[in-house]
Design a protein around this ligand. Structure first.
Ligand SMILES: Nc1nc2c(ncn2[C@@H]2O[C@H](COP(=O)(O)OP(=O)(O)OP(=O)(O)O)[C@@H](O)[C@H]2O)c(=O)[nH]1
Ligand SMILES: [Mg+2]
Length: 609
């Protein structure tokens, strides 16, 4: 049997996981009566809630006697670190492009990576069923994209299918019968070269993804480069620089079969499998027979651009909602994350009990915090900040710049250009993109984009589409105006009272409901002016006014602006923190005591002056 290993790559939401559903279904992988959810490969909770793929996942189907190993990849740029490494495991790529949206920034990014590795992609123009689909035009755009990013002649000669992953069909021509995915299956078998690998050579495999299984422990997935993996075989692992990491026994071999993994006794070169039994080995390490002396070469991953400080929760409400609160458990959890997640880096920060976690973007960091709070952790996190670099030749400070592509109705183009301009972004291109929409391309400092997405959605009444992609480092663009408003800070602790909030809401929008537990130094709302204001959200109505209680009942509060984790992360200032527990997201001043805050302010002024 031959293996055809390929990854499905695309911009976010172009339909990769939906296509995998249909590949599984139409290859007869499911039992006849099996109940299968939509986007079945998006199996973790956060993936299902957000409707996006976060972790790349493998599956495998049989087609006409051949085995197709499929890797579903995440399309969101923050999770792009996965895609680069995944591509080194496969011999082919299916590039999916939405027939209405056309190629988007992440299409370009992943296609560039695939071309650079010498893969010959198959292009699938997907969502042809959309009423606003323009498949022929998009096909031409894909060709232009391939040419622009340096595809060689062979790669430029890519085969194309038109498809609807939702309806489960693919066809070579738009007027062909729209029946099933057989044209895609057949094309994959024809076009993705069968995996080669010497089955008689000593065993060697590159670990590409890592996860923890409650039963078998560390599970490493990768492609067998050479030889055979056998159950209970003795192996050793080598780091990318050739150091021996450990000697171990393969206690479990797992093959991917549809949505399941099945235990197997043996696997041969070319196949993609998961193994257990190693305890120290991680992503990018080589697992091999003892006679193998050199590790399998692996690719460098683009460095992280955004960092955030994680520290213990030391608020007065700490430890009430979570059971994982000490710096020791937080540290262990973060190190574990950094091990399996190639795009995350963790280091001990200067402060006590604090860690600096660096990643690819706000969403990636927010997903990590969200995952941890669901596991029972309590944390404080600071405002995300970009990672600067110094130009070694000139000594100049450099900052990360992103390419931002925006599709908006013409009427909103003005406000978007203005807002991005304030954030030191430069308009690189502007053109009509059909249907009364305008496509704007900018180069914007990552710094200026923190927290912008929410504002963008408000400004475009939820109709705008924005995507971003790391572009490179460039000289520092100068200061960017931060939040204009101060905040309302509670001056005492207890349960917030409706009557007090009713008075306070004149000062600015509130973040809490009556009954919310507050403490001294907690941020409960925004001040409509530029300064911070200490307020008392606990103040009850004077007892002498007892006769008006009937009116009290009628107190109408403006609905509070409740803070989600991501909103809070983008909102907090330098001297503020987001307190995260399994049940709550609170905003607070780093220094809770007003006298300490004053003192710190004076010191800062003295230093500046
Ligand atoms: N009309 C139409 N909608 C589709 C099609 N394929 C997928 N969708 C929809 O597009 C949305 C995104 O689909 P997914 O399969 O999750 O996209 P994805 O590429 O896996 O997204 P990420 O993994 O987050 O990058 C879902 O709402 C799908 O129902 C299609 O062929 N036609
Ligand atoms: Mg997906």
């Amino acid at each position: 049997m031959q293996f055809h290993n390929f990854a499905i790559i695309a911009h976010v939401d172009h339909g990769k996981t939906t296509l995998v559903d249909q590949l599984l279904r139409q290859s007869g992988t499911f039992r006849a009566n099996q109940q299968v959810m939509e986007r079945a490969m998006d199996s973790n909770d956060i993936e299902r809630e957000r409707g996006i793929t976060i972790l790349a996942k493998c599956t495998s189907v049989a087609w006409k006697g051949q085995r197709l190993n499929i890797v579903d990849t995440p399309g969101h740029a923050d999770f792009g670190g996965e895609v680069e490494r995944i591509l080194s495991m496969v011999d082919g790529a299916v590039v999916l492009v939405d027939a209405a949206e056309g190629p988007m920034p992440q299409t370009k990014f992943v296609t560039m990576k695939a071309l650079a590795l010498g893969l010959k992609p198959i292009v699938v123009i997907n969502k042809v069923d959309r009423p606003d689909a323009r498949p022929t035009e998009v096909h031409n755009m894909v060709f232009d994209l391939f040419a622009a990013i340096g595809a060689n002649d062979e790669q430029l000669d890519f085969p194309t299918l038109f498809a609807s992953s939702k309806q489960g069909w693919a066809a070579a021509h738009l007027d062909d019968e729209r029946k099933d995915l057989a044209p895609l299956f057949d094309l994959i078998v024809r076009h993705v070269p069968p995996a080669v690998g010497d089955a008689e050579a000593p065993f060697a495999m590159l670990a590409t993804t890592l996860e923890y299984d409650p039963y078998v422990g560390r599970v490493l997935t990768g492609r067998i480069h050479a030889g055979k993996a056998k159950l209970n075989m003795h192996v050793r692992s080598l780091s990318p620089d050739g150091r021996v990491i450990e000697h171990a026994r393969l206690t479990k071999l797992l093959a991917f079969r549809g949505l399941e993994r099945v235990a197997i006794e043996e696997a041969v070169a070319g196949d993609i499998i998961a193994i257990a039994g190693l305890t120290e080995t991680t992503v990018a390490d080589t697992i091999a027979d003892h006679v193998v002396a050199a590790p399998i070469p692996t690719m460098a991953i683009d460095p992280p651009t955004l960092a955030m400080t994680f520290s213990i929760n030391d608020s007065p409400l700490a430890g009430k909602e979570g059971d994982k609160v000490t710096s020791r458990v937080i540290r262990a959890r973060l190190l574990r994350e950094a091990e399996g997640n190639v795009a995350i880096r963790v280091r001990e920060a200067d402060g006590k009990d604090a860690f600096e976690v660096a990643g690819r973007g706000e969403l990636q960091l927010a997903v990590l915090v969200e995952t941890m709070r669901r596991e029972g952790y309590e944390l404080s996190v600071g405002r995300p900040r970009v990672i600067f670099k110094t130009d070694s030749a000139t000594g100049q400070r450099l900052e990360p710049i992103e390419e931002v592509q925006v599709d908006v109705d013409e009427e909103f183009a003005g406000i978007v250009i203005e807002k991005i301009g304030q954030r030191r972004g430069e308009l690189a291109d502007m053109r009509p993109s059909g249907g009364g929409k305008t496509r704007l391309t900018f180069h914007v400092p990552t710094r200026g984009l923190i927290g912008y997405h929410g504002e963008f959605l408000t400004d475009t009444r939820g109709t705008g589409i924005m995507s971003r992609l790391f572009h490179g480092y460039a000289p520092y663009k100068g200061t960017i105006e931060g939040r204009n408003n101060g905040v309302l800070i509670s001056n005492s602790g207890g349960s917030a009272v409706a009557y007090a909030l009713w008075y306070l809401q004149e000062r600015g929008p509130l973040f809490i409901d009556p009954g919310t537990q507050v403490y001294e130094g907690m941020i409960i709302g925004e001040h409509s002016r530029g300064t911070d204001l200490e307020v008392n959200p606990l103040k009850e109505k004077q007892l002498t006014n007892i006769r008006t209680t009937a009116k009290d009942e009628a107190i109408r509060l403006t609905p509070p602006r409740l803070m989600t984790l991501e909103r809070a992360m983008a909102y907090v200032g330098e001297d503020e923190l987001v307190e995260v527990t399994p049940k709550s997201v609170r905003l607070r001043k780093k220094l809770l005591n007003p006298h300490e805050r004053k003192r710190a302010e004076r010191t800062a002024e003295a230093e500046a002056g």
